[in-house]
Ligand binder design. Structure first.
Ligand code: NZQ
Ligand code: ZN
Length: 394
C-alpha cells in the first residue's frame, strides 16, 4: 500500500424526506442562500419543493441561479460568482446532478478569489490549490453518477476554448449532502445508464492501478462493482423502485469518496480521454466513458504481468468468469468481453460514430491533443497512445 491521508468530512443525510435538514444547515449560516440548479428537472422530482420549503422555514433570503447545463460551463460559473458577491451569500446550495454540483463548487471557488486572479487560467488550468474559507457548499443530489456530492473534485468546460478539465482541491468539498432516492424516480433510462457507467468506471480507475499487493481497497472496489451491477439490473427492471434507486445512489457515492483509492496509484486515463470528447462534442459524460473505457482496457490489459493478473482477477470476482483450464490472458479477455456485452445489453454506445463523433484523422488528432500526455498506472498513456485508443473506438 502507498502512504495516504484520508480526510472526508462530508455530512450525508440519506433517505426519503431528508431535505428537511436543509433548514438547520441554512439557519446555522445566517445570510442569503444561492440556490443553483439546472434546466428544471428539480421542479418535477420534488427536490425544488422540498428545498424551498426548508429554506422558508430557515428564513434565509434565497437567490436562484438556474440553467446550469450538462457539462457545465465557465460563463454560468461567472454569473454565479457575481450573484454571491452582490448578495453577500453565506451558503451555496446545489440541487441537481454532477453538473449542478460542479458549477456550484466553481462558484464557491470563484467567489473566494482576488480581483487580479483568473478562475480558469490561474486555477483550473494550473491545478493551483483553492484558498481556504470559501463560501460553504451544500448539496441536494438528484442523480446517481459522479460522486461529486462527497468529494473535492469538480469538472468544468471552457466552451470558447474547447477545454474540459477536472480540478481537485479540498476547500471545494461540500459541507453536507442530502441523498434522497425518491428524486431519482424521474431519471430517464438513458441518464440512468450513463450514471451507472460513470460510477462503474470510477471504481475501475482506482482498482486497475498499482500496487497489486494485498489491499482492502481492492476488495471493497470489487464488492462495490458487483453491487453496482446488481443495482443497475434492478433499476432497469424496476425504475420506480425506491430500494433499487437508493442502492444506486449510495453505490455512486461510495465509488468516488476516495475510500477505495487509498493505498493505490489510481489511473484516470479513460476520464482524461472522455473529457476531450465532451470538450468538442458536448456529449454526456457517461456516454463518452462507455465508448472509451473498454477500448482502454483492451489497450492495457496485456501490457505487463500485473495488469493481466488484475484483469483476470476482476473477470473472476466481478463477472463470474470460470477460469478452469484457461490462461490468465484468456480469463482477462473474457472479463472484458462480458463488460462489453453488458454495455451493449443496456444500450450504452460503444463507438465514436454512435455518439455522433467522426473518426477521421483530423478529429482524432484534435481529440488526442486535448487528452495530451494522459499518464496512467499499468501503462503510461502518451498523446499518441490516446490517439491509438480513440482510433480503436470505431
Ligand atoms: O438540467 P436538469 O433539468 O436538472 O436535467 C438534468 C440533465 O439534463 C437531468 N437530471 C438530473 N437529475 C434528474 C434529471 N432528470 C430527471 N430526473 C432527475 N432526478 O440529467 C441531465 C444530466 O445531468 P448531469 O448533472 O449533467 O449528470 P451527471 O450527474 O451525470 O453529471 C455529469 C457531470 O459531472 C462531471 C461530468 O464530467 C459531467 O460534467 N463529473 C464530475 C465528477 C466530480 N465532480 O468528481 C466526476 C465525474 O467523473 C464526472 O466527470
Ligand atoms: Zn466520471
Amino acid at each position: 500500500m502507498r502512504n495516504f491521508i484520508f480526510h472526508n468530512p462530508v455530512k450525508i443525510y440519506f433517505g426519503e424526506g431528508q431535505a428537511v435538514h436543509v433548514a438547520e444547515e441554512a439557519k446555522s449560516r445566517p445570510g442569503a442562500v444561492l440556490l443553483v440548479y439546472g434546466g428544471g428537472s428539480i421542479k418535477r422530482n420534488g427536490a425544488y419543493n422540498d428545498v424551498t420549503a426548508a429554506l422558508r422555514e430557515a428564513g434565509n433570503e434565497v437567490i436562484e441561479l438556474s440553467g446550469v447545463t450538462p457539462n457545465p460551463r465557465l460563463d454560468k460559473v461567472l454569473e454565479g460568482v457575481k450573484l454571491v458577491k452582490e448578495h453577500g451569500v453565506s451558503l451555496i446550495l446545489a440541487v441537481g446532478g454532477g453538473s449542478v454540483i460542479d458549477c456550484a463548487k466553481f462558484i464557491s471557488l470563484g467567489s473566494g478569489l482576488g480581483e487580479d486572479e483568473d478562475l480558469w487560467d490561474d486555477y483550473v488550468e494550473t491545478g493551483k490549490p483553492a484558498p481556504e474559507n470559501l463560501v460553504p457548499l451544500g448539496v441536494v443530489l438528484t442523480t446517481a453518477a459522479t460522486g461529486s456530492e462527497m468529494g473535492d473534485a469538480a469538472v468544468l468546460t471552457n466552451w470558447a476554448r474547447n477545454r474540459k478539465l477536472g480540478y481537485t482541491s479540498f476547500p471545494l468539498t461540500p459541507k453536507f449532502s442530502v441523498l434522497d432516492p425518491t428524486y431519482l424516480l424521474t431519471l430517464p433510462d438513458e441518464q440512468t445508464t450513463y450514471g451507472f457507467v460513470d460510477m462503474f468506471c470510477h471504481t475501475c480507475e482506482q482498482y486497475f492501478s498499482l500496487p497489486s499487493d494485498d489491499n482492502l481497497s481492492d476488495e471493497m472496489a470489487e464488492a462495490i462493482q458487483r453491487h453496482i451491477l446488481r443495482s443497475w439490473r434492478a433499476c432497469r427492471r424496476h425504475p420506480r423502485s425506491y430500494e433499487a434507486r437508493g442502492n444506486a445512489m449510495w453505490d455512486s457515492t461510495l465509488a468516488l469518496n476516495r475510500v477505495i483509492s487509498r493505498g493505490k496509484e489510481e489511473d484516470w486515463v479513460t476520464h482524461g480521454i472522455e473529457h476531450a470528447l465532451s470538450a468538442y462534442f458536448d456529449i454526456p459524460h457517461g456516454a463518452g466513458l462507455a465508448v472509451v473505457h473498454p477500448h482502454w482496457m483492451k489497450y492495457v490489459y496485456a501490457s505487463r504481468p500485473e495488469a493481466t493478473a488484475r484483469f483476470a482477477r476482476w473477470a473472476v470476482n466481478v463477472w463470474g468468469v470460470d477460469s478452469t483450464g484457461k490462461s490468465e490472458r484468456e480469463v482477462a479477455e473474457e472479463g472484458i468481453e462480458r463488460y462489453v456485452d453488458f454495455l451493449r445489453l443496456v444500450g450504452a454506445p460503444l463507438t465514436l460514430p454512435e455518439v455522433g463523433i467522426p473518426s477521421d484523422s483530423a478529429t482524432l488528432d484534435k481529440l488526442a491533443d486535448h487528452a495530451g500526455e494522459v499518464g496512467g498506472s499499468y501503462r503510461h498513456i502518451t498523446r499518441d497512445d490516446a490517439r491509438a485508443i480513440l482510433a480503436s473506438c470505431v
